[in-house]
Design a protein. Sequence first.
Length: 316
Amino acid sequence: MAGPKKWTEELIADRVKAGRGRGTGKNYSPWLTVQEFSSRGTQTRVPSPKLKRTVHTFSYMERSLFLVTEFLPAFVDFQEQYPLDRSITLGAARVLDIQHPRYPRTATPLVMTMDALVTLRGPDGHEQLAGWDVKPARHLLNPRVLAKLSLHRAFCNHIGIPHHLFTEASIPRDVVRNIDWIRMALPKDGELEVVQGLFTVHPAQLLSELAACRTRPTISHFCSQYDKAHKLPLGTGLRVFKLLLWEHRIGVDFSARRIELEPIPQAPWSTSPGITTAPAPVTSLPSVGTPTLATLQVHPTEVVLPLTTSPAKKVA
């Protein structure tokens, strides 16, 4: 860690005072940030067009969890590196007879952090909050890792939300890669429309021509023909197609190796931004097109944690 060499209660109090681990949406400030740690693993700062801020992830899988949840139509918020109230985790440790983590070379109890609190909008329109921890499956064979996760789950039980585990088996890598591919088309900060109507006129125009197409060429071929027909720079049509995917106005098979080599999707589909069907449960990635398209699921890993009793009623 490139931050404090020795954690103290005073330093923790300063972080709390500075608003670390507080706020929502664009005003959220994670308890830990990428720049506070030495280079280790895949640590990235991911600009989020929906949150209007940068999200800090400490591994490829944490980044994958963020990309998948942010892409959901039901997405509301993502609070990474979320600090857990020590009065709850310390109380849970006593109840469960688990040794609470401490900062290295100190007697200071660690402020445990959950990888993310994710807020999605449920089918009834109400916001649903869930805690997510990200672990490689092999780490779940370690009893100490499971004990710490039990404290995280106890915290979630205490505040009345579900707790899920995300592993490499939770979502196909091609789905993450395809979402990454779509995000590359999003407008950059301060970007001007080099092509007139790129973000305003062409999405509706391309959607209309998709609906009128009576053959099933590949997406790549259709978009290149669109560029030729409208005398646009090569690649413009494909970028517009990605924007339509981002807005959930059309849908494709996200598990495909390369989306652009798939046949164009068939109508009917939604012709307005967003999706009108009810989103799937909190732990799933819903269909992003017509009901005939495959539904992709985010599969939480089910692990029996050494949580023998709910601390919700016992921990003050």
